[in-house]
Ligand binder design. Structure first.
Ligand code: F6P
Length: 319
């Protein structure tokens, strides 16, 4: 078995520890590991290299990914997918590990159906929005970056008696905003998965302001597209000077947390073993309640991730 690893879509902290473990473990098992650079774009252009220990030395603590990543429009076209397949064949690669999100898995589902390529997808995205798994690689680091930002913003908000509206990433998914609002003690949280009851929030917070509250923290998921509107509403309803802070791409960077590193190792060990032990595979590895499993990629891409009711019910008091 010749096995390659690549990243695809948005980068996430934890990709580098995964790439390092992949190379080390493949050699330990007597396999030849390959690195595919620049995601699906690099696969199309044949940017594939036999991996050595040297390629992955000293990368464990780095955010981003040393093999880089991309979002590929060309991969939507059959001719480029065939070119990608020929590149793998030329190198004798029959197995692929892909660190990516559901967009990347959708592309791989098609690729697998057209060509004889075995693969395991590792759910990797700060958005934590992949069906079938409660955890995606990188989300713990992103949550800690947001926590750090919110703690700091709270310092200045309280010092200045101001309100802050902080916008988090997550595409259409409100996971980052929901967990961050809960763990930072925000007063307001808006996510696409939940109706926000303005009237009841006004009642609750006006009472608190009368009782002495001097600042407010609102966490708004980018997916609701209401960051500016929330600022205006807060100013009008509570008379507090309000600032907006869009956290943006800092949420994707930073050195991976211990948890993301350990999970990267586990995902890799189990994925390499799975590829070695199963003749045909088109799976995504998932993690739920302490258990790793493998789901058909079709199941993963045809279903939609939902935030656990437990997290959503934690937000009820912010209504
Ligand atoms: O999927 C990861 C993510 O960071 C989303 O949270 C965000 O909406 C998007 O990627 C940003 O994409 P780009 O890096 O292309 O601006």
């Amino acid at each position: 078995m010749s096995i390659a690893i690549m990243c695809s879509g948005g980068d996430a902290p934890g990709m580098n520890p995964a790439v390092k473990k992949f190379v080390d473990y493949a050699y330990e098992k007597g396999l030849q590991p390959y690195l595919i650079y620049d995601g699906l774009e690099g696969l199309i252009d044949g940017r594939i290299k036999k991996a050595s220990y040297k390629d992955v030395a000293g990368i464990m603590h780095l955010g981003g990914t040393i093999i880089r990543t991309s979002r590929s429009k060309r991969f939507y076209e059959y001719a480029y997918r065939e070119q990608a397949y020929q590149n793998l064949k030329k190198e004798g690669i029959d197995s692929l590990i892909v660190l990516g999100g559901d967009g990347s898995f959708r592309a791989l589902d098609i690729f697998h159906k057209e060509f004889d390529i075995r693969f395991v997808g590792i759910p990797t995205t700060i958005d934590n929005d992949i069906y079938g798994t409660q955890y995606c690689l990188g989300v713990d680091t992103a949550l800690n970056v947001i926590r750090d930002a919110l703690d700091k913003i709270k310092d200045t908000a309280s010092a200045f008696s101001r309100a802050f509206v902080v916008e988090t990433m997550g595409r259409e998914c409100g996971y980052l905003a929901a967990v961050s609002a809960l763990t930072s003690g925000a007063e307001i949280c808006l996510i696409p998965e939940m109706e926000f009851d303005k009237k009841s929030a006004e009642k609750r917070l006006q009472k608190e302001i009368v009782a002495g509250r001097r600042y407010l923290l609102a966490v708004v998921a980018e997916g609701v597209e209401k960051t500016e509107a929330t600022k205006e509403w807060i100013e009008k309803s509570f008379g507090l000077e309000t600032r907006v802070s869009v956290l943006g791409h800092i949420q994707r960077g930073g050195n991976p947390t211990v948890y993301d590193r350990l999970m990267a190792f586990e995902f890799i060990l189990k994925s390499v073993d799975y590829l070695q032990d199963n003749a045909k595979t088109n799976k995504v590895i998932v993690y739920n309640a302490g258990r790793f499993d493998f789901l058909d990629i079709e199941t993963v891409v045809q279903n939609r991730y939902t935030i656990s009711p437990h997290i959503l019910s934690g937000l009820k008091h912010l209504d």
